[in-house]
Design a protein around this ligand. Sequence first.
Ligand code: GTP
Ligand code: MG
Length: 422
Amino acid sequence: TSDTRLYQPNAKSPLQIFVRAKKKINDIYGEIEEYVLETTTFINALHAEAEIVDKAERELFESYVYKVAAIREVLQRDHMKVAFFGRTSNGKSSVINAMLREKILPSGIGHTTNCFCQVEGNDGGEAYLMTEGSAEKLNVVNIKQLANALCQEKLCESSLVRIFWPRERCRLLRDDVVFVDSPGVDVSANLDDWIDNHCLNADVFVLVLNAESTMTRAEKQFFHTVSQKLSKPNIFILNNRWDASASEPECQESDLAKVKSQHTERCIDFLTKELKVSNEKEAGERVFFVSARETLQARIEEAKGNPPHMGALAEGFQIRYFEFQDFERKFEECISQSAVKTKFQQHSSRGKSVSGDMRSMLDNIYERITIFRNLKQDQKTLLTDRIQGTETQMMQVTRDMKLKIHTMVEEVEEKVSKALNE
Ligand code: GTP
Ligand code: MG
Protein backbone atom coordinates (compact mmCIF):
# COMPACT_ATOMS: atom_id res chain seq x y z
CA THR A 1 0.00 0.00 0.00
CA SER A 2 2.82 2.39 0.75
CA ASP A 3 4.07 1.84 -2.78
CA THR A 4 0.75 2.55 -4.43
CA ARG A 5 0.42 5.71 -2.37
CA LEU A 6 3.53 7.00 -4.11
CA TYR A 7 1.72 6.92 -7.42
CA GLN A 8 -1.55 8.59 -6.54
CA PRO A 9 -2.48 10.49 -9.68
CA ASN A 10 -2.93 13.71 -7.75
CA ALA A 11 0.38 13.39 -5.89
CA LYS A 12 2.56 16.41 -6.71
CA SER A 13 4.51 15.68 -9.85
CA PRO A 14 8.22 16.51 -10.03
CA LEU A 15 7.41 18.17 -13.36
CA GLN A 16 5.94 20.99 -11.32
CA ILE A 17 9.50 22.10 -10.47
CA PHE A 18 9.91 23.05 -14.11
CA VAL A 19 6.39 24.42 -14.47
CA ARG A 20 6.82 26.69 -11.44
CA ALA A 21 10.32 27.77 -12.42
CA LYS A 22 9.08 28.62 -15.91
CA LYS A 23 6.24 30.70 -14.55
CA LYS A 24 8.52 32.53 -12.17
CA ILE A 25 11.22 33.33 -14.70
CA ASN A 26 8.57 34.43 -17.23
CA ASP A 27 7.01 36.75 -14.65
CA ILE A 28 10.39 38.24 -13.80
CA TYR A 29 11.21 38.82 -17.46
CA GLY A 30 7.73 40.33 -17.93
CA GLU A 31 8.55 42.86 -15.24
CA ILE A 32 11.98 43.55 -16.71
CA GLU A 33 10.37 44.17 -20.10
CA GLU A 34 7.85 46.63 -18.67
CA TYR A 35 10.61 48.44 -16.86
CA VAL A 36 12.83 48.54 -19.93
CA LEU A 37 10.05 49.94 -22.10
CA GLU A 38 9.19 52.60 -19.56
CA THR A 39 12.84 53.57 -19.26
CA THR A 40 13.15 53.82 -23.06
CA THR A 41 10.62 56.67 -23.18
CA PHE A 42 12.58 58.42 -20.49
CA ILE A 43 15.93 57.89 -22.23
CA ASN A 44 14.51 59.11 -25.56
CA ALA A 45 13.27 62.28 -23.89
CA LEU A 46 16.65 62.90 -22.32
CA HIS A 47 18.18 62.50 -25.75
CA ALA A 48 15.76 64.72 -27.63
CA GLU A 49 15.16 67.51 -25.12
CA ALA A 50 18.16 67.90 -22.92
CA GLU A 51 20.90 66.09 -24.88
CA ILE A 52 22.08 64.46 -21.70
CA VAL A 53 22.00 61.06 -23.43
CA ASP A 54 23.88 60.75 -26.68
CA LYS A 55 22.92 58.71 -29.75
CA ALA A 56 25.26 55.79 -29.06
CA GLU A 57 23.95 55.45 -25.55
CA ARG A 58 20.36 55.57 -26.69
CA GLU A 59 21.08 52.83 -29.25
CA LEU A 60 22.81 50.73 -26.63
CA PHE A 61 19.75 50.94 -24.45
CA GLU A 62 17.57 49.94 -27.38
CA SER A 63 19.71 46.82 -27.79
CA TYR A 64 18.78 45.83 -24.22
CA VAL A 65 15.13 46.11 -25.20
CA TYR A 66 15.66 43.68 -28.08
CA LYS A 67 17.69 41.31 -25.91
CA VAL A 68 14.99 41.16 -23.26
CA ALA A 69 12.27 40.62 -25.88
CA ALA A 70 14.28 37.81 -27.52
CA ILE A 71 14.85 36.04 -24.20
CA ARG A 72 11.15 36.38 -23.33
CA GLU A 73 10.18 34.78 -26.58
CA VAL A 74 12.50 31.80 -26.05
CA LEU A 75 11.30 31.45 -22.47
CA GLN A 76 7.67 31.31 -23.43
CA ARG A 77 8.39 28.49 -25.84
CA ASP A 78 10.65 26.51 -23.53
CA HIS A 79 9.62 22.98 -22.68
CA MET A 80 11.08 19.69 -21.53
CA LYS A 81 12.04 17.43 -24.39
CA VAL A 82 12.42 13.66 -24.31
CA ALA A 83 13.56 11.69 -27.35
CA PHE A 84 13.12 7.94 -27.89
CA PHE A 85 15.53 5.78 -29.84
CA GLY A 86 16.11 2.10 -30.51
CA ARG A 87 15.91 -0.57 -33.13
CA THR A 88 12.78 -0.77 -35.23
CA SER A 89 9.79 -2.55 -33.64
CA ASN A 90 11.23 -2.44 -30.13
CA GLY A 91 8.20 -0.42 -29.09
CA LYS A 92 9.31 3.24 -29.10
CA SER A 93 5.93 4.49 -30.31
CA SER A 94 4.18 2.15 -27.87
CA VAL A 95 6.18 3.52 -24.91
CA ILE A 96 5.20 7.07 -25.83
CA ASN A 97 1.55 6.05 -26.16
CA ALA A 98 1.68 4.32 -22.77
CA MET A 99 3.07 7.50 -21.20
CA LEU A 100 0.41 9.59 -22.92
CA ARG A 101 -2.22 7.04 -21.75
CA GLU A 102 -3.78 6.98 -25.18
CA LYS A 103 -2.94 5.50 -28.55
CA ILE A 104 -1.81 8.66 -30.28
CA LEU A 105 1.16 7.52 -32.34
CA PRO A 106 0.66 4.80 -34.91
CA SER A 107 2.49 1.58 -33.96
CA GLY A 108 2.87 -2.00 -35.09
CA ILE A 109 2.82 -3.69 -38.45
CA GLY A 110 2.26 -1.29 -41.31
CA HIS A 111 2.77 1.63 -38.97
CA THR A 112 6.50 1.83 -38.82
CA THR A 113 7.57 5.29 -37.80
CA ASN A 114 9.27 6.64 -40.92
CA CYS A 115 10.20 10.15 -39.85
CA PHE A 116 10.60 12.08 -36.62
CA CYS A 117 7.28 12.67 -34.86
CA GLN A 118 7.03 15.20 -32.11
CA VAL A 119 3.98 15.20 -29.84
CA GLU A 120 3.38 18.42 -27.97
CA GLY A 121 0.55 20.04 -26.03
CA ASN A 122 -1.81 22.48 -27.67
CA ASP A 123 -3.91 25.00 -25.78
CA GLY A 124 -6.93 24.88 -28.04
CA GLY A 125 -9.11 21.79 -27.88
CA GLU A 126 -8.17 20.54 -31.35
CA ALA A 127 -5.62 18.01 -32.53
CA TYR A 128 -3.65 18.64 -35.69
CA LEU A 129 -0.32 18.01 -37.31
CA MET A 130 2.17 20.11 -39.20
CA THR A 131 4.91 18.93 -41.50
CA GLU A 132 8.28 20.56 -41.80
CA GLY A 133 8.43 23.63 -44.00
CA SER A 134 4.66 24.06 -44.21
CA ALA A 135 2.42 26.26 -42.10
CA GLU A 136 -0.68 24.24 -42.93
CA LYS A 137 -2.51 22.68 -39.99
CA LEU A 138 -3.82 19.25 -40.90
CA ASN A 139 -6.69 18.36 -38.65
CA VAL A 140 -6.50 15.00 -36.94
CA VAL A 141 -9.72 13.45 -35.80
CA ASN A 142 -8.52 10.00 -34.88
CA ILE A 143 -5.54 7.74 -34.86
CA LYS A 144 -6.39 6.09 -38.18
CA GLN A 145 -6.44 9.44 -39.86
CA LEU A 146 -3.16 10.38 -38.21
CA ALA A 147 -1.56 7.14 -39.40
CA ASN A 148 -2.84 7.75 -42.92
CA ALA A 149 -1.65 11.32 -42.92
CA LEU A 150 1.80 10.16 -41.83
CA CYS A 151 1.91 7.52 -44.56
CA GLN A 152 0.66 9.79 -47.31
CA GLU A 153 3.09 12.56 -46.69
CA LYS A 154 6.22 11.94 -48.69
CA LEU A 155 8.60 12.59 -45.87
CA CYS A 156 12.31 12.29 -45.56
CA GLU A 157 13.25 10.10 -42.58
CA SER A 158 15.03 12.89 -40.76
CA SER A 159 12.27 15.44 -41.30
CA LEU A 160 9.93 16.34 -38.48
CA VAL A 161 6.18 16.04 -38.14
CA ARG A 162 4.72 17.95 -35.22
CA ILE A 163 1.60 16.54 -33.66
CA PHE A 164 -0.34 19.00 -31.54
CA TRP A 165 -2.54 17.25 -29.02
CA PRO A 166 -4.98 18.93 -26.60
CA ARG A 167 -3.13 19.60 -23.38
CA GLU A 168 -6.02 18.67 -21.16
CA ARG A 169 -5.98 15.14 -22.53
CA CYS A 170 -2.68 14.31 -20.83
CA ARG A 171 -0.91 15.53 -17.71
CA LEU A 172 2.56 15.27 -19.23
CA LEU A 173 1.62 17.43 -22.19
CA ARG A 174 -0.08 19.89 -19.88
CA ASP A 175 3.13 20.14 -17.85
CA ASP A 176 5.15 21.01 -20.97
CA VAL A 177 6.78 17.69 -21.82
CA VAL A 178 7.40 17.23 -25.55
CA PHE A 179 7.90 13.69 -26.92
CA VAL A 180 10.04 12.89 -29.93
CA ASP A 181 9.60 9.54 -31.66
CA SER A 182 12.15 8.36 -34.21
CA PRO A 183 12.52 5.73 -36.91
CA GLY A 184 14.61 2.67 -35.95
CA VAL A 185 18.33 3.42 -35.56
CA ASP A 186 19.04 0.31 -37.63
CA VAL A 187 17.29 1.65 -40.73
CA SER A 188 19.17 4.89 -41.19
CA ALA A 189 22.56 5.96 -42.42
CA ASN A 190 22.01 9.57 -41.39
CA LEU A 191 22.41 9.24 -37.66
CA ASP A 192 24.67 12.27 -37.49
CA ASP A 193 22.01 14.45 -39.11
CA TRP A 194 19.45 13.06 -36.70
CA ILE A 195 21.53 14.05 -33.75
CA ASP A 196 22.26 17.51 -35.10
CA ASN A 197 18.65 18.18 -36.05
CA HIS A 198 16.68 16.57 -33.27
CA CYS A 199 18.83 15.69 -30.29
CA LEU A 200 20.97 18.61 -29.27
CA ASN A 201 18.24 20.25 -27.19
CA ALA A 202 16.74 17.06 -25.74
CA ASP A 203 16.78 16.92 -21.94
CA VAL A 204 16.38 13.18 -21.69
CA PHE A 205 16.97 10.24 -24.05
CA VAL A 206 15.18 6.94 -23.72
CA LEU A 207 16.75 3.90 -25.33
CA VAL A 208 13.99 1.37 -25.96
CA LEU A 209 15.40 -2.14 -26.17
CA ASN A 210 13.78 -5.43 -26.89
CA ALA A 211 14.22 -7.50 -23.72
CA GLU A 212 14.08 -10.65 -25.82
CA SER A 213 17.38 -9.86 -27.49
CA THR A 214 20.54 -7.97 -26.63
CA MET A 215 21.51 -4.42 -27.38
CA THR A 216 22.71 -4.12 -30.99
CA ARG A 217 25.75 -2.37 -32.35
CA ALA A 218 23.58 0.25 -34.11
CA GLU A 219 21.90 1.17 -30.83
CA LYS A 220 25.22 1.44 -29.02
CA GLN A 221 26.85 3.44 -31.80
CA PHE A 222 24.02 5.94 -31.85
CA PHE A 223 24.43 6.72 -28.17
CA HIS A 224 28.21 6.87 -28.47
CA THR A 225 27.75 9.66 -31.01
CA VAL A 226 25.15 11.40 -28.84
CA SER A 227 27.45 11.40 -25.86
CA GLN A 228 30.31 12.77 -27.95
CA LYS A 229 28.19 15.71 -29.02
CA LEU A 230 26.55 16.39 -25.69
CA SER A 231 28.22 16.43 -22.35
CA LYS A 232 26.69 13.76 -20.13
CA PRO A 233 23.29 13.25 -21.72
CA ASN A 234 20.59 11.81 -19.45
CA ILE A 235 19.88 8.33 -20.75
CA PHE A 236 17.22 5.89 -19.54
CA ILE A 237 17.12 2.33 -20.80
CA LEU A 238 13.84 0.46 -21.10
CA ASN A 239 13.97 -3.27 -21.65
CA ASN A 240 10.60 -3.45 -23.32
CA ARG A 241 8.39 -6.47 -24.14
CA TRP A 242 9.20 -7.94 -20.74
CA ASP A 243 5.74 -9.52 -20.79
CA ALA A 244 6.84 -11.66 -23.72
CA SER A 245 9.67 -13.19 -21.72
CA ALA A 246 7.25 -13.99 -18.90
CA SER A 247 4.90 -15.77 -21.26
CA GLU A 248 7.59 -18.04 -22.74
CA PRO A 249 6.19 -21.56 -22.24
CA GLU A 250 9.11 -23.20 -20.44
CA CYS A 251 10.36 -20.11 -18.71
CA GLN A 252 10.91 -20.56 -14.98
CA GLU A 253 10.95 -17.66 -12.58
CA SER A 254 14.63 -18.31 -11.87
CA ASP A 255 15.46 -18.14 -15.58
CA LEU A 256 13.67 -14.84 -15.79
CA ALA A 257 15.66 -13.47 -12.86
CA LYS A 258 18.89 -14.60 -14.52
CA VAL A 259 18.03 -12.93 -17.81
CA LYS A 260 17.04 -9.80 -15.97
CA SER A 261 20.29 -9.56 -14.05
CA GLN A 262 22.33 -10.19 -17.21
CA HIS A 263 20.51 -7.44 -19.08
CA THR A 264 20.79 -5.10 -16.10
CA GLU A 265 24.52 -5.65 -15.85
CA ARG A 266 25.02 -5.02 -19.57
CA CYS A 267 22.95 -1.87 -19.50
CA ILE A 268 24.74 -0.49 -16.44
CA ASP A 269 28.11 -1.28 -18.00
CA PHE A 270 27.05 0.50 -21.15
CA LEU A 271 26.10 3.67 -19.25
CA THR A 272 29.04 3.67 -16.86
CA LYS A 273 32.02 2.05 -18.56
CA GLU A 274 31.31 2.62 -22.25
CA LEU A 275 29.50 5.94 -22.43
CA LYS A 276 30.72 7.17 -19.04
CA VAL A 277 27.57 9.24 -18.60
CA SER A 278 26.52 7.91 -15.18
CA ASN A 279 28.00 6.43 -12.06
CA GLU A 280 26.99 2.93 -10.84
CA LYS A 281 24.31 4.17 -8.47
CA GLU A 282 22.66 6.50 -10.95
CA ALA A 283 22.85 3.94 -13.77
CA GLY A 284 21.10 1.44 -11.49
CA GLU A 285 18.16 3.80 -11.35
CA ARG A 286 18.06 4.28 -15.09
CA VAL A 287 17.39 0.69 -16.22
CA PHE A 288 13.84 -0.75 -16.27
CA PHE A 289 11.99 -3.86 -17.38
CA VAL A 290 8.59 -2.97 -18.74
CA SER A 291 5.83 -3.75 -21.14
CA ALA A 292 4.63 -0.71 -23.03
CA ARG A 293 1.79 -2.48 -24.76
CA GLU A 294 0.45 -3.87 -21.53
CA THR A 295 0.79 -0.56 -19.69
CA LEU A 296 -1.14 1.21 -22.43
CA GLN A 297 -3.89 -1.42 -22.32
CA ALA A 298 -4.07 -1.17 -18.53
CA ARG A 299 -4.39 2.59 -18.71
CA ILE A 300 -7.08 2.44 -21.33
CA GLU A 301 -8.99 0.06 -19.01
CA GLU A 302 -8.43 2.42 -16.09
CA ALA A 303 -9.82 5.31 -18.10
CA LYS A 304 -12.96 3.25 -18.67
CA GLY A 305 -13.26 2.75 -14.91
CA ASN A 306 -12.02 -0.85 -14.98
CA PRO A 307 -9.18 -2.27 -12.85
CA PRO A 308 -5.83 -1.90 -14.65
CA HIS A 309 -5.01 -5.62 -14.56
CA MET A 310 -7.72 -6.12 -17.17
CA GLY A 311 -5.05 -4.98 -19.61
CA ALA A 312 -2.58 -7.65 -18.45
CA LEU A 313 -0.82 -9.67 -21.14
CA ALA A 314 0.99 -12.21 -18.97
CA GLU A 315 1.89 -13.34 -15.45
CA GLY A 316 3.54 -10.70 -13.29
CA PHE A 317 1.50 -7.75 -14.53
CA GLN A 318 1.63 -5.82 -11.22
CA ILE A 319 5.41 -5.85 -11.06
CA ARG A 320 5.78 -4.66 -14.66
CA TYR A 321 3.11 -2.02 -14.23
CA PHE A 322 4.78 -0.84 -11.06
CA GLU A 323 8.15 -0.70 -12.82
CA PHE A 324 6.71 1.42 -15.62
CA GLN A 325 5.36 3.88 -13.06
CA ASP A 326 8.70 3.85 -11.29
CA PHE A 327 10.39 4.70 -14.58
CA GLU A 328 7.97 7.59 -15.13
CA ARG A 329 8.61 8.98 -11.66
CA LYS A 330 12.42 8.90 -12.07
CA PHE A 331 12.10 10.24 -15.59
CA GLU A 332 9.96 13.17 -14.40
CA GLU A 333 12.44 14.05 -11.67
CA CYS A 334 15.35 13.88 -14.06
CA ILE A 335 13.84 15.82 -16.96
CA SER A 336 12.43 18.54 -14.74
CA GLN A 337 15.71 19.20 -12.95
CA SER A 338 17.80 18.96 -16.06
CA ALA A 339 15.52 21.28 -18.06
CA VAL A 340 15.45 23.91 -15.32
CA LYS A 341 19.23 23.91 -15.30
CA THR A 342 19.89 23.88 -19.02
CA LYS A 343 17.02 26.13 -20.06
CA PHE A 344 16.80 28.67 -17.26
CA GLN A 345 20.25 28.93 -15.72
CA GLN A 346 21.62 30.59 -18.83
CA HIS A 347 18.66 32.96 -19.10
CA SER A 348 18.82 34.00 -15.49
CA SER A 349 22.53 34.77 -15.70
CA ARG A 350 21.92 36.67 -18.95
CA GLY A 351 19.07 38.52 -17.30
CA LYS A 352 21.34 39.39 -14.42
CA SER A 353 24.06 40.73 -16.70
CA VAL A 354 21.62 42.76 -18.83
CA SER A 355 20.00 44.30 -15.77
CA GLY A 356 23.47 44.98 -14.32
CA ASP A 357 24.51 46.76 -17.52
CA MET A 358 21.30 48.77 -17.59
CA ARG A 359 21.72 49.73 -13.99
CA SER A 360 25.22 51.04 -14.41
CA MET A 361 24.15 52.95 -17.52
CA LEU A 362 21.25 54.52 -15.64
CA ASP A 363 23.46 55.29 -12.63
CA ASN A 364 25.79 57.03 -15.00
CA ILE A 365 22.96 59.04 -16.55
CA TYR A 366 21.66 59.91 -13.12
CA GLU A 367 25.07 61.21 -12.10
CA ARG A 368 25.18 63.37 -15.20
CA ILE A 369 21.71 64.69 -14.48
CA THR A 370 22.75 65.59 -10.94
CA ILE A 371 25.80 67.45 -12.19
CA PHE A 372 23.65 69.20 -14.79
CA ARG A 373 21.11 70.16 -12.18
CA ASN A 374 23.77 71.55 -9.84
CA LEU A 375 25.22 73.50 -12.71
CA LYS A 376 21.84 75.04 -13.45
CA GLN A 377 21.38 75.78 -9.79
CA ASP A 378 24.74 77.59 -9.74
CA GLN A 379 23.82 79.52 -12.83
CA LYS A 380 20.55 80.47 -11.25
CA THR A 381 22.27 81.67 -8.08
CA LEU A 382 24.72 83.66 -10.14
CA LEU A 383 21.90 85.17 -12.10
CA THR A 384 19.94 85.97 -8.99
CA ASP A 385 23.00 87.67 -7.51
CA ARG A 386 23.39 89.65 -10.64
CA ILE A 387 19.78 90.62 -10.73
CA GLN A 388 19.95 91.65 -7.12
CA GLY A 389 23.00 93.80 -7.92
CA THR A 390 21.22 95.37 -10.80
CA GLU A 391 18.19 96.01 -8.68
CA THR A 392 20.29 97.86 -6.10
CA GLN A 393 21.94 99.79 -8.85
CA MET A 394 18.58 100.56 -10.37
CA MET A 395 17.26 101.63 -7.03
CA GLN A 396 20.27 103.87 -6.58
CA VAL A 397 19.72 105.32 -10.02
CA THR A 398 16.06 105.77 -9.35
CA ARG A 399 16.78 107.45 -6.04
CA ASP A 400 19.28 109.81 -7.71
CA MET A 401 16.84 110.53 -10.47
CA LYS A 402 14.11 111.21 -7.99
CA LEU A 403 16.36 113.56 -6.13
CA LYS A 404 17.40 115.30 -9.32
CA ILE A 405 13.79 115.63 -10.47
CA HIS A 406 12.90 116.84 -7.05
CA THR A 407 15.55 119.53 -7.10
CA MET A 408 14.62 120.42 -10.67
CA VAL A 409 10.95 120.71 -9.75
CA GLU A 410 11.87 122.77 -6.68
CA GLU A 411 14.09 124.97 -8.82
CA VAL A 412 11.31 125.36 -11.39
CA GLU A 413 8.79 126.06 -8.65
CA GLU A 414 11.10 128.60 -7.15
CA LYS A 415 11.67 130.17 -10.57
CA VAL A 416 7.92 130.22 -11.29
CA SER A 417 6.97 131.76 -7.93
CA LYS A 418 9.79 134.24 -8.33
CA ALA A 419 8.47 135.18 -11.76
CA LEU A 420 4.94 135.47 -10.45
CA ASN A 421 6.05 137.72 -7.62
CA GLU A 422 7.93 139.89 -10.02
P1 GTP B 1 9.18 1.43 -35.54
O1 GTP B 1 8.35 2.67 -35.53
O2 GTP B 1 8.87 0.54 -36.67
O3 GTP B 1 10.64 1.72 -35.45
O4 GTP B 1 8.77 0.56 -34.25
P2 GTP B 1 8.53 1.02 -32.77
O5 GTP B 1 9.80 0.89 -32.02
O6 GTP B 1 7.84 2.31 -32.72
O7 GTP B 1 7.56 -0.14 -32.25
P3 GTP B 1 5.99 -0.10 -32.09
O8 GTP B 1 5.63 0.69 -30.92
O9 GTP B 1 5.38 0.21 -33.38
O10 GTP B 1 5.74 -1.62 -31.70
C1 GTP B 1 5.93 -2.66 -32.62
C2 GTP B 1 5.01 -3.81 -32.26
O11 GTP B 1 5.37 -4.33 -30.99
C3 GTP B 1 3.55 -3.38 -32.10
O12 GTP B 1 2.73 -4.36 -32.64
C4 GTP B 1 3.34 -3.29 -30.62
O13 GTP B 1 2.02 -3.53 -30.24
C5 GTP B 1 4.27 -4.35 -30.11
N1 GTP B 1 4.75 -4.05 -28.77
C6 GTP B 1 5.27 -2.87 -28.34
N2 GTP B 1 5.60 -2.95 -27.04
C7 GTP B 1 5.27 -4.18 -26.66
C8 GTP B 1 5.35 -4.88 -25.40
O14 GTP B 1 5.81 -4.35 -24.39
N3 GTP B 1 4.92 -6.16 -25.38
C9 GTP B 1 4.41 -6.77 -26.48
N4 GTP B 1 4.02 -8.01 -26.34
N5 GTP B 1 4.32 -6.17 -27.65
C10 GTP B 1 4.74 -4.90 -27.75
MG1 MG C 1 7.38 3.64 -34.12
